[in-house]
Design a protein around this ligand. Structure first.
Ligand code: FES
Length: 164
């Protein structure tokens, strides 16, 4: 004797299952949003979240490392005066600037914008405002990015919208 099991799948049942899956997906997205609202990551807020950028040995004097800080391209420099970090999105039209240690400038290749590697101030070219500085700290042989030096300034930069 063989047991025969048969299933009858109706169009209505398929529709119910699909609707259940859609409801489950929507609910999980809603729960995620609620949890993110209740417990935001520090880096989302530009607060005191520590982002490890590099080990000290990785960036010797005269070199730099690009990194991501709060979703924005940023650059860590090891200048003769010590480590500095800035957002690297040019305040002119948003190209990515990088350090040229031989000229001691942060350079934007799009329109020859130049920034001071100690302060982020505009030295030459069309950028209308400085690169935003990032507070950093050295801990246990590594460099950490902590927060924007001036979050209010960052809010004024259109290319940085949502990053402060
Ligand atoms: S985008 Fe940097 S100088 Fe124009």
């Amino acid at each position: 004797m063989t047991d025969k099991i048969s299933f009858t799948i109706t169009r209505r049942r398929v529709t119910e299952v699909l609707m259940g899956l859609v409801a489950l997906l929507l609910a999980s997205g809603t729960v995620t949003v609620i949890l993110k609202y209740l417990w935001p990551r520090a880096s989302d807020e530009g607060e005191s979240g520590e982002t490890m950028v590099a080990s000290v040995d990785e960036v010797p004097v005269g070199s730099a490392k690009m990194f991501n800080f709060n979703g924005k391209a940023s650059v860590l420099l090891n200048t003769p005066g010590g480590f500095r970090a800035f957002g690297a999105v040019c305040t002119h039209l948003g190209c990515i600037a990088y350090w040229k240690p031989d000229e001691n400038i942060i350079f934007c290749p799009c329109h020859i914008g130049k920034f001071d590697p100690n302060t982020g101030e505009v030295v030459a070219g069309p950028p209308p405002s400085p690169l935003p500085g990032i507070d950093i700290m050295e801990k246990e042989g590594a460099i950490y990015a902590i927060k924007w030096k001036d979050p209010d300034y960052v809010k004024t930069l259109t290319m940085y919208a949502g990053a402060a």
